[in-house]
Design a binder for this molecule. Sequence first.
Ligand code: NAP
Length: 235
Amino acid sequence: MLVPDGRVIMISGASRGIGQSIGKLLAERGYKLSLGVRDPKAINAADYSDDTLVARWDATDAKTSDDWVARTNEHFGRIDGIVMNAGIDIVTNLAEAADEDYEALWQVNFMGPLRLMRAVMPSLRASGHGRAINIVSMAGKRLMDGSMLGYSASKFAALSLTHATRHEGWSDGVRATAICPGLVDTQMIAGLDAPPNQFKIDPEVIAQTVDYALSLPENAAVAEILVNSRLESIF
Ligand SMILES: NC(=O)c1ccc[n+]([C@@H]2O[C@H](COP(=O)([O-])OP(=O)(O)OC[C@H]3O[C@@H](n4cnc5c(N)ncnc54)[C@H](OP(=O)(O)O)[C@@H]3O)[C@@H](O)[C@H]2O)c1
């Protein structure tokens, strides 16, 4: 798992939950970090080295994607990878959910990562070993119940973004990986007890998975990593 060599990684949604765990672990591993968050005050500076960049990034504010990438390039002079982690979940039943709920899920879970990938791709190509990690979900692989219609739709789209990135960046050494967890023990599902046949995965485990994906060489390209929280007879 040797790698840092001055590598610069951007992480969206590092304020809490999975993104916070990813930030802490990658900082310990020696990566140089650029953290994109809605509220920079949410970052605990003590967790990071002095040259960590904290930038305002809001998935629903298109301009902030270009700004965050530009600031990262100005600060570090290079970008070697991005972890697109920020996301939201809204219960969306076919019969009841409002159009605004679907729109919000689409903006945060798909348009935000899409704009970031567009903005950062030239830098990843230039690095010669760019890495794009997308925290998708098992809900981006299959739909477990009707209340997840909008969330799953946005995550299926996020999975397709990962695969498009693989195709677009392949010849320049860019490798993209979708990490697809089941239930993870964060605020997002705080009100949900794990059903008897399931457990909640520690966010630190997803951080370890990101670290692993970032460490793989170009000739060991892993497109998807499924992290199940229940036994499933798929894939
Ligand atoms: N928890 C699970 O069971 C689970 C399972 C599979 C996949 N995932 C995925 O894992 C990722 C992280 O989720 P989590 O469990 O860590 O959830 P979380 O604790 O609710 O954290 C969500 C993160 O996304 C950020 N965010 C929300 N809306 C944003 C916006 N408009 N612009 C920028 N950032 C925004 C939040 O920032 P603020 O602090 O500013 O709100 C926060 O940092 C998400 O993509 C989620 O879909 C989660």
